[in-house]
Write a protein that binds this ligand. Structure first.
Ligand SMILES: NC(=O)c1ccc[n+]([C@@H]2O[C@H](COP(=O)([O-])OP(=O)(O)OC[C@H]3O[C@@H](n4cnc5c(N)ncnc54)[C@H](O)[C@@H]3O)[C@@H](O)[C@H]2O)c1
Length: 269
């Protein structure tokens, strides 16, 4: 049930691969809240076909775009404005991929071509998205751009590998572009730093199951789930959070402020 928090707003949602994807839940919640939007993903991800089910469920059109391609992004913003009938109010960047993680390269033995791909897909794609939108003047004033990140940008989580570097860059782009877009057009840019969540990208990190339980025990509220993340995204797209920009917002049940919990200490007895 929605509260019309996004009534009349137009959006673009990147990264819904299947019904476990965080972006999938965001699309469902944004639809419930009255938004209209287009869905996009890399052309290769379209082959799985699931995104079409989400599109019909939410009345959205699907526009394939490789988020590393400026041409694809231009086409995405052009078509989205045509289809939705005006400038865009919100964008969700929910994209992450590391060939080094996929192919189990250790952080001390990275393949540098793959490292470049990690940074391009997972971080520079946010800059490209923002720059394309900025140059096309495709976002409305008070528009809200959100990217999803993880606390490995601030602290070492060894198995997160080169994705940690990508997330640091993503958060830095958020601050830097947030400044420029804010002063020029009152557009806000933020990241949400989400608890570990069972999704296709998440499960690619080795030892993920153990890690989910560790994080659960280290978070006073427990891990934040994908649906709660979607709710937070809706709040950040709404006019209730108009003056929040250039922030990294932890959505993690308190994990980021916790040194240790009794639940974890009890295991050492
Ligand atoms: N799952 C977690 O534990 C967790 C925790 C914190 C942050 N995040 C972040 O949340 C975001 C969404 O991930 P998810 O967990 O929902 O997993 P997911 O695998 O469902 O989503 C990742 C998406 O990135 C897309 N993608 C990959 N390369 C692309 C490209 N070149 N162009 C366009 N899209 C491309 C994939 O097709 C997929 O839809 C990512 O940024 C991820 O790092 C995830």
């Amino acid at each position: 049930m929605g509260n019309n928090l996004l009534q009349g707003k137009r959006g673009i949602i990147f990264g819904a691969l299947n019904d476990m994807s965080i972006a999938w839940k965001v699309a469902e919640r944004a639809h419930e809240e009255g938004a209209t939007f287009t869905l996009t993903n890399a052309p290769i991800a379209m082959r799985m076909g699931a995104i079409n089910d989400l599109a019909s469920k939410t009345g959205a059109e699907v526009i394939p775009a490789d988020a590393t391609s400026v041409e694809d992004l231009k086409n995405l913003f052009e078509k989205s404005q045509e289809i939705l009938g005006g400038k865009i109010d919100f964008v969700l960047h929910s994209i992450g991929m590391s060939p080094n993680v996929r192919k189990k390269k250790h952080y001390t033995g990275l393949n540098y071509e793959w490292y470049k791909q990690t940074l391009d897909v997972s971080a520079m794609s946010l800059h490209k998205t923002l720059q394309v939108a900025y140059e096309m003047d495709a976002l409305n004033e008070w528009g809200s751009v959100l990217a999803l990140t993880y606390i490995a940008a601030q602290r070492i989580f060894p198995d997160y590998n080169d994705m940690a570097d990508a997330k640091s860059l993503l958060e830095s782009i958020t601050r830097s572009f947030g400044y420029h877009y804010g002063t020029a057009k009152k557009v806000r840019v933020n990241t949400i730093s989400q608890s570990p969540t069972v999704t296709t990208a998440g499960s690619g990190v080795s030892g993920f199951d153990k890690f989910i339980s560790f994080s659960e025990n280290m978070s006073p509220l427990g891990n934040a789930g994908a649906i709660d993340c979607a709710n937070y995204c809706v709040a950040m797209f709404s006019d209730l959070t108009k003056y929040v920009t250039m922030q990294n917002l932890f959505h993690d049940g308190g994990f980021s402020s916790t040194g240790v919990t009794n639940a974890v200490m009890d295991r050492f007895e």
